[in-house]
Design a protein around this ligand. Structure first.
Ligand SMILES: NC(=O)c1ccc[n+]([C@@H]2O[C@H](COP(=O)([O-])OP(=O)(O)OC[C@H]3O[C@@H](n4cnc5c(N)ncnc54)[C@H](OP(=O)(O)O)[C@@H]3O)[C@@H](O)[C@H]2O)c1
Length: 250
C-alpha cells in the first residue's frame, strides 16, 4: 500500500498552483499542473475527464482577473460546476477550493461576488470539499500599492491587514488536499496583523519608493466599504509562517 496520491491542480501553472504542484511532486505525489494553456479547461470542460482519471483530490486555484461582475461570476460558477461534476463522475475523493477571507462580507466588490458564487457552487455540488479562505498574498501588495496610488500619494483603506506568502498558501492547500474533506470553510492568514498602510509602506520602502502612504476611512476595497476587521479572519484560522520582512528580504 502506498500513500502517494494523484492530485490535479487546476491553475497549476499560476502563482499558487505552480508552488502546490512542486510541493506535491517533491513529496512523491503525482501532480497534474492543469491549465487552459495545456488543454485542461475548467470553464469549457475540455480535458477534464482524462485529467481526473485516477485522481484522489483536486485543488482549484484557477483565476480570472476581472471587475466585470457578470463575467467573473460566470467564470467561477461555471468552472466550479464543471469541476465538481467531473470529479463526482471520476470518483475523486476531495475538492479543495482557494477563496478569500470574508468574501461573503465584501460582495459589493465584483471580484468577491464571483468568489462567493464559486464557493456556493462547490457547497451545493454534492462533492466532498474543503474551502480555504486566505487573506491577500504578500505577492499582491505590489498590485494594491499601484491601485491605490494617485498624484504621488498612496491612499489606502483604514483597515487591518494580515497578508500571507504564496508559499504558505500552497502548503496549506496541499495539506488540506491530502487530508479529509472538512465540508466547511477554514480561514488562513499571515503571521502578523497590523494596519493596511504599514504593509504598503514596508513594501514601497523596500523598493526605494518614498511616496507617502495614508489611511483614509473614505477609501473602499474595490467597491466594498470596509471596517477595521473586514480583511482579516474573525475567528480561528491557520497561521502562515513567513513575515513581510522575511518575504521582502528573500
Ligand atoms: N491575490 C490574492 O491576494 C488572493 C488572496 C486569496 C485568494 N486568492 C485566490 O487565489 C487563486 C489563485 O490566484 P493566483 O494568483 O495563483 O492566480 P494566477 O497566478 O493568475 O494563476 C491562475 C491560473 O489559472 C489558470 N486558469 C485560468 N483559466 C483557467 C481555466 N478556464 N481552466 C483551467 N485553468 C485556468 C491559469 O492558466 P491558463 O491561463 O493557462 O489557463 C493559471 O494557471 C485565485 O482563485 C484567487 O481568487 C487570491
Amino acid at each position: 500500500m502506498t500513500n502517494l496520491k494523484k492530485v490535479v491542480v487546476i491553475g497549476g501553472t499560476g502563482l499558487i498552483g505552480s508552488k502546490a504542484v512542486k510541493l506535491l511532486q517533491d513529496a512523491g505525489h503525482e501532480a497534474v499542473a492543469a491549465s487552459s494553456r495545456n488543454g485542461i479547461n475548467a470553464y469549457t470542460g475540455e480535458g477534464l475527464e482524462a485529467a481526473l482519471t485516477g485522481a484522489d483530490a483536486v485543488i482549484d486555484v484557477s483565476n480570472m482577473m476581472s471587475f466585470d461582475k457578470a463575467a467573473i461570476t460566470d467564470f467561477f460558477e461555471t468552472s466550479s460546476r464543471n469541476l465538481t461534476s467531473a470529479e463526482r463522475a471520476a470518483g475523486v475523493r476531495h475538492h479543495v477550493l482557494l477563496s478569500i477571507v470574508n468574501a461573503d462580507q465584501l460582495a459589493a466588490n465584483p471580484y468577491m461576488a464571483g468568489k462567493l458564487a464559486q464557493e456556493e457552487a462547490v457547497v451545493s455540488s454534492g462533492q466532498a470539499y474543503t474551502i480555504v479562505r486566505a487573506t491577500q498574498f504578500h505577492e499582491f501588495i505590489e498590485t494594491l500599492a499601484g491601485a491605490y496610488a494617485a498624484d504621488g500619494v498612496v491612499k489606502v483603506p483604514d483597515t487591518d491587514f494580515q497578508p500571507i506568502a504564496a508559499s504558505d498558501v500552497a502548503s496549506a492547500l496541499v495539506e488540506a488536499a491530502l487530508g479529509e474533506p472538512k465540508h466547511a470553510t477554514v480561514d488562513l492568514a499571515g503571521p502578523e496583523r497590523a494596519a493596511f498602510e504599514s504593509f504598503i509602506r514596508a513594501y514601497l520602502a523596500a523598493k526605494g519608493d518614498g511616496n507617502p502612504v495614508i489611511a483614509d476611512a473614505a477609501v473602499d476595497y474595490f467597491g466594498a466599504s470596509v471596517a477595521k476587521d473586514s480583511l482579516v479572519p474573525g475567528g480561528q484560522y491557520i497561521k502562515g509562517r513567513i513575515t513581510i520582512a522575511e518575504w521582502l528580504k528573500a
